[in-house]
Design a protein around this ligand. Structure first.
Ligand code: GLU
Length: 447
């Protein structure tokens, strides 16, 4: 898609100021493509240079993370926290531990988080952090020492009213535990609201573990309802086999669908009888092993090493692994094979070419910043419970999550209509998220 001529120079400036950060460029471009018509209705946003300001992080922190591995060797990683925008609340967003992490990845994630968090309707700004540390193959002790070293720098930048990190790829309950423990030790404060995704015994919220996957599935359910359809009897493919993927598969089953394939970075499993989720949980959450082990238990299931999961015919596709996992060709294949809905559990899993294929085919396409907002929304619910030292029941919290996802869907749907792009959830999500943050920025003056 073309960028409006008023917005084009802003995009050029972003490219010039942030050389080499291709994922960040991609995320910015996707939002900026939607904003032309917004400046027509809201000339004040141009006067106040809101787009220019929102593309520049408020603060970027990069730090050394030294630690000692089990063999006694000193290791050095790089840590990041990008505090992107605090117009709507404290910076909020996860931390990613993965060897692919560099500033461009953290900035794309932090940028998307502004709009995603705005869409939740809850008081949270946008931020993201992480490290190029690879938890794969590391012992518990190594992960602990790394997390302690990471927090020894990070603690001075975060706080329940400042910046509230959580998990993302490579950061789950175990890592949040080590990080919280070190924060508590250094600061001498039992400050529950400083991190979310905490354990249930020490300030965590029920449903936070399930929230991203459940939320993405609720979002797709809403898109299907608009088309007088439902998950009942649908064949689904869910990429990945981590936290988002697992709870997406669980909710799909509860809503009457069947997931026939899931994956990891080495290959995918095809099980025509439907993926046995208890086995996936055992392999991934308990044993921390690779998904190919699934086919050792079930002889009827096929493991395709190095294969492309998007070759598997399905009616609903839920990419829940990582960025740019669906390219233009994959998207074409999905549409040809009869896919009618795509809900992104991962952040930016579809390339711009892939998005174009979905939009042209007019299938129901729910972009990540809307569809996967249930995770961070439930983090905000965890913050609410922490603030009043309360804990809610599973059913109540899940109902809150479902209502939030319904509202996000309705907001995106109505905004797309209002701006002349009916059914286009990309336009709807970008514009609705942007306007909310932009209005607050105008109110605060030039800061
Ligand atoms: N990492 C998740 C996301 O991409 C959750 C962030 C959070 O809970 O703060 O939205």
């Amino acid at each position: 898609m073309k960028i409006d001529e008023k917005v084009e120079p802003i995009y050029k400036e972003v490219l010039d100021r942030n050389p080499g950060e291709v994922e960040f460029h991609q995320a910015v471009r996707e939002v900026l493509e939607s904003l032309g018509p917004v400046l027509v209705k809201h000339p004040e946003f141009a006067d106040h240079k809101i787009i220019e300001r929102i593309c520049e992080p408020e603060r970027q922190i990069i730090f050394r993370v030294p630690w000692v591995d089990d063999s006694g060797t000193v290791q050095i990683n790089r840590g990041f926290r990008v505090e992107f925008n605090s117009a709507l609340g404290p910076y909020k967003g996860g931390m990613r531990f993965h060897p692919s992490v560099y500033l461009g990845i953290i900035k794309f994630l932090g940028f998307e988080q502004i709009f995603k968090n705005a869409l939740t309707g809850l008081p949270i700004g946008g931020g993201k952090g992480g490290s190029d540390f690879d938890p794969k193959g590391k012992s518990d002790d190594e992960v602990m020492r790394f997390c302690q070293s990471f927090m020894t720098e990070l603690y001075r930048h975060i706080g329940e009213n400042t910046d509230v990190p959580a998990g993302d790829i490579g950061v789950g309950g175990r890592e949040i535990g080590y990080l919280f423990g070190q924060y508590k030790r250094i600061t001498n404060r039992w400050e529950a609201g400083v991190l979310t995704g905490k354990g249930l015994d020490w300030g965590g919220s029920l449903v936070r573990t399930e929230a991203t996957g459940y939320g993405a599935t609720f979002f797709v359910d809403e898109m299907l309802k608009v088309r007088n359809d439902s998950f009942e009897g649908k064949k689904c493919v869910v990429s990945g086999s981590g936290n988002v993927s697992i709870y997406t598969i669980e909710k799909i089953a509860q809503l009457g669908g069947t997931t026939v394939a899931c994956s990891d970075s080495n290959g995918y499993i095809y099980d025509e009888k439907g993926i046995d989720l208890e086995l996936v949980k055992q392999i991934k959450e308990v044993e921390r092993r690779r998904i190919k082990v699934y086919a050792e238990t079930y002889k009827h299931a096929k493991y395709i090493s190095g294969g492309n999961i998007w070759d598997v015919p399905c009616q609903v596709a839920m990419p829940s692994a990582t960025q740019n996992e669906i390219n233009g060709k994959d998207a074409e294949k999905l549409v040809q094979n009869g896919c009618i809905a795509v809900g992104e559990g991962a952040n930016m899993p579809t390339t711009p070419e892939g998005i174009k294929v979905f939009l042209d085919a007019k299938i129901a396409y729910g972009p990540g910043k809307a569809a996967n907002a249930g995770g961070v929304a439930t983090s905000a619910l965890e913050m609410q419970q922490n603030a009043c030292r309360d804990s809610w029941t599973f059913d109540y919290t899940e109902k809150r999550l479902q209502d939030i996802m319904k509202n996000i869907h309705a907001t995106c749907y109505e905004t797309a209509d209002e701006y002349g792009a009916p059914g286009n959830y990309v336009t709807g999500a970008n514009i609705a998220g942007f306007i909310k943050a932009a209005n607050a920025m105008v109110a605060f003056g030039v800061i």
